[in-house]
Structure formats: structure tokens, C-alpha cells
Design a protein around this ligand. Structure first.
Ligand code: R5P
Length: 300
């Protein structure tokens, strides 16, 4: 028997995953003490059970992460046999190395703290870098959300799309999409000079192409929007974007709305503003069935 517990930032997704998996949602109170410390109480018998915890850490990553650590600790102390932690978007994933001396490897520390809190297994979706799996020493399942975006894109009449990585870090993603479609990919080489100036150099033939910009994360939207403007200048006849994790911080939504991107496909690994889907340009793809499948594979 298994139970799903939701962190306060993943209530909608957890309810959908519960429906798809048939695993009931457990009762947990998540409140704040007057001094703003988090106050958690699990209101369910979990002794000897395999439990699942789902949390999202976008918006207020530090606070939601702390809530997750405390929820895992509470479940461990209440006697749960194992705790499968589902973080569809892995927080701090882009800080996976010491890029400049004096920096931490934040993603590594997040993984260690999850383990230390009591997470026995992990599920995440489309990791920023594959090596993140190795930061967690226990079983880790990376789900490929890209497959759902591919299924959705295939329902639309693209003749011969050109998948474009908006920076070199996304080449593997563009290659994977292109392989699935049996078509080609191109890259935009984005380079920041020591003066702070950003140079974007397209590598590939864009004239007349149906461009599909692909990335794992869209945060401020700047990378995708600048890439789209460049593709348009280079003669692309149609520009679409597909990303797994639509963080859409600051004015990303407005930037995308006024950009040459015609349609922006994203999975609902992280919550977005409700108003987003009022715009035809934004199309959400449901990630819950894939997460439910992943949970089924990880719990006995
Ligand atoms: C970079 O490594 C990522 O793949 C994304 O391209 C980047 O994080 C997007 O950030 P933003 O939307 O703020 O440009």
C-alpha cells in the first residue's frame, strides 16, 4: 500500500498524479509558526508503508525545499518504510559544477540534503544534465518529458522541422528531437564576452526553415526569445518553441507573447499562472500520466 503526500507547491500536480496512479492522497498539515518557521504534521498512519512525496520548488525554492526536507523527516519519524521523492523540476539543477572559483555545487548539496532527510528514491523529469542522477546515491529515475512534447508536436502539420538548440548546452536535446522526427538540427552559439556583451552565432541553414527551438528550461525567456529573433532574421518561415520546465519568471510571458515564437509548448512539471493558458500561444502538455508510470515502476 502506498500513499502520496503533496508539498504545498504541488497540490494540483499531486492530485492529478493520484488520479492517474490510483494511489490515494494522504493528509498532511503544512502551516507556519508565528515566527514563520514551517510547522508540519502528517495526519495519516504510514508505519511500514512505501510513501510518495511530490513537491515543486519554483517560485520560492528555498522555502519549498525546506518544507520538503521537513515533510520527508516527518514521514521517516512516523515509520514510513521508504520515501519516494518526486521533484519534477530538480531545484538548483543549473548549478551543477563550479563554473567560477568560489562557487558551490548547489545541485549536489540539494541531492545530499534530500538523502540526509530520508529520501530513499527519487524521480525527476528531463534533468538539466544527466550527471545530476549521480549526485543522489540511491535509486534515481529520470523520466523523459520530451517524449510527451514530441507526441504533441507530431499531431501538428510540420513538413520538415529544423530543431534548434538556443545555446550549445541544449545540443543533445535538439539532436534527440531531430532523431525522433528523422530530421535535422541546428545550434545557436551563445557567447558572453568579458565586456558582458552577448554574441549569438547561428550554426546551420535557417532560410525557409520551420524552426522548433527546444530547451529543458525556460526561465526569463531571454535565451529563447533572442534565439527566435535571430532565426527570424536568418529567414526562418515559422518559429515554435518546446520546453519541459516553463519557469517563466519576471516578464517571460510578455517577452514570449511579443516575440516571433508562434506557439510555445511546455509540460506542466511546474505550476504556471492560470492566465497563461488564456493565450493561444501557450500550450500545456500534461506530465501527470508519465509521473504516475514512473511511480508504478519505483514502488513495489
Ligand atoms: C541553460 O543552460 C538552459 O538550458 C536554458 O537555456 C536557460 O536556463 C534559459 O534561461 P532563460 O530563459 O533565463 O534565458
Amino acid at each position: 500500500m502506498s500513499i502520496i503526500f503533496s508539498g504545498s507547491a504541488a497540490l494540483t500536480l499531486s492530485a492529478k498524479v493520484s488520479k492517474h496512479s490510483g494511489i490515494p492522497l494522504g493528509q498532511v498539515e503544512i502551516k507556519k509558526f508565528p515566527d514563520k518557521e514551517i510547522n508540519i504534521r502528517v495526519r495519516e498512519e504510514v508505519r511500514g508503508q512505501e510513501v510518495v512525496v511530490i513537491q515543486n520548488c519554483t517560485g520560492c525554492p528555498n522555502s519549498y525545499l525546506m518544507e520538503l526536507f521537513l515533510l520527508i523527516d516527518a514521514l521517516k519519524r512516523a515509520g514510513a518504510r521508504s520515501i519516494l521523492t518526486v521533484l519534477p523540476y530538480f531545484p538548483y539543477c543549473r548549478q551543477d559544477r563550479v563554473a567560477y572559483s568560489g562557487q558551490p555545487i548547489s545541485a549536489r548539496l540539494v541531492a545530499s540534503l534530500l538523502e540526509r532527510a530520508g529520501a530513499s528514491k527519487m524521480i525527476s523529469v528531463d534533468l538539466h544534465k544527466g550527471q545530476l542522477e549521480g549526485f543522489f546515491d540511491r535509486p534515481f529515475l529520470q523520466l523523459i518529458g520530451r517524449k510527451l512534447l514530441i507526441e504533441t508536436l507530431k499531431k501538428h502539420p510540420f513538413e520538415k522541422p529544423l530543431f534548434v538548440a538556443p545555446d550549445v548546452g541544449s545540443i543533445k536535446i535538439a539532436r534527440a528531437y531531430a532523431k525522433d522526427f528523422g530530421t535535422d538540427f541546428a545550434v545557436i552559439d551563445k557567447h558572453r564576452h568579458h565586456t558582458g556583451e552577448i554574441e549569438m552565432r547561428p550554426i546551420g541553414e535557417f532560410n525557409g526553415a520551420e524552426v522548433i527551438l527546444v530547451d529543458d528550461v525556460c526561465s526569463t525567456g531571454s535565451t529563447l526569445v533572442q534565439a527566435a529573433i535571430l532565426c527570424e532574421k536568418k529567414g526562418a518561415k515559422k518559429i515554435t518553441a518546446a520546453v519541459t520546465h516553463a519557469l517563466l519568471v519576471d516578464d517571460a510571458e510578455d517577452q514570449i507573447l511579443t516575440s516571433p515564437i508562434e506557439t510555445f509548448y511546455y509540460t506542466d512539471t511546474v505550476p504556471v499562472k492560470e492566465e497563461l493558458n488564456l493565450h493561444d500561444k501557450f500550450i500545456s502538455v500534461d506530465i501527470a500520466p508519465l509521473i504516475a508510470e514512473g511511480i508504478a515502476a519505483m514502488v513495489s
